[in-house]
Design a protein around this ligand. Sequence first.
Ligand SMILES: [Zn+2]
Length: 346
Amino acid sequence: MKDSILAALIVILFWAALPFLCTGVVGGPPQGESAAPAADARPTDPQATDTPDEAWDSNAPASNPAAPAPEAADGFDARFRLPVLRGSEIESMDLHTYLTGVLLAEMPSSFEDEAKKAQAVASRTYCLRSYLHRRHDGAAVCVNSGCCQGWRDPSAAAPEDRARAEAAVTATDGLVIRYQGALIDATFFSCSGGQTESAAAVWGSDLPYLQAVESPGEEGATHFSDETRIPLDDFRAALAEQDGAVSFPEALGGWVGAVTYTPGGGVDRMELGGRPFSGTWLRKRFGLRSTVFTLELTAEEAVFTTKGYGHRVGMSQYGADAMARAGNRFTEILKWYYQGVTVEAY
Ligand SMILES: [Zn+2]
């Protein structure tokens, strides 16, 4: 009991000390599960720049003044038309409605308001970046959470949930995240397991704002820790199929060799049957929640114990909620998970 109180205190102290730890962070007073949190908000092209294709851009800058407006009805989001792919149809949706639906689909309604605002800004940044680069032919984004961002029709949501999601969108109207002037690839995920991952470790391309950072306070997350059990024969066959040179000695103790780790604590490479396998491949092949895992072999099974859920690059949603509970504002949350960025009007 005493240990858990101490752990909670450490988490609160860690997040409460953030304004003193990071530069450029705005200080502020503390503010105040129907949807599943995102497992993996997908990466977009890391090389993409901020230059719009003019023929594509129907939202001319003149009709979208940069200054954020406090009221949803006449703000930037209400005026910006976003072509959204729903099924096989492209629907022209105002950004306010789109982002409200994204919040309802991507973040549990029980989360703190400041976490919701951080999510709204990240999701706005994501879709505007997609808008500039035609993620989908003829549409900026689709409503599939495995591809772009999930979306739930706000008119079908419980009025209270809708009101809270809408309030977070309105409070951050028109705000986006930039790094050296360009919209960032605002990736996010459900739960880091205690530390996020660098983009380089997962996607191979280093992005200065997507680095591994600590993310305490996620212990209450649905998938903070999980177990995945694979029948030993299947495990062995999958490895042999991937690399014909694997060789497994009779004693199980000789199956697992050296393990190297990423900056964010994930498995970078694990030697199995005398051959190296990447953590990202193992995660994908065996359906692991994340690349932060330990492996135990029994006579019948390969047992993976994972921490966290998702690719772990960018903003942790459960971490954002923990930061909000410790009194951080959405700008502080964003500047923690996306290092060296600015939060400003589009
Ligand atoms: Zn998509």
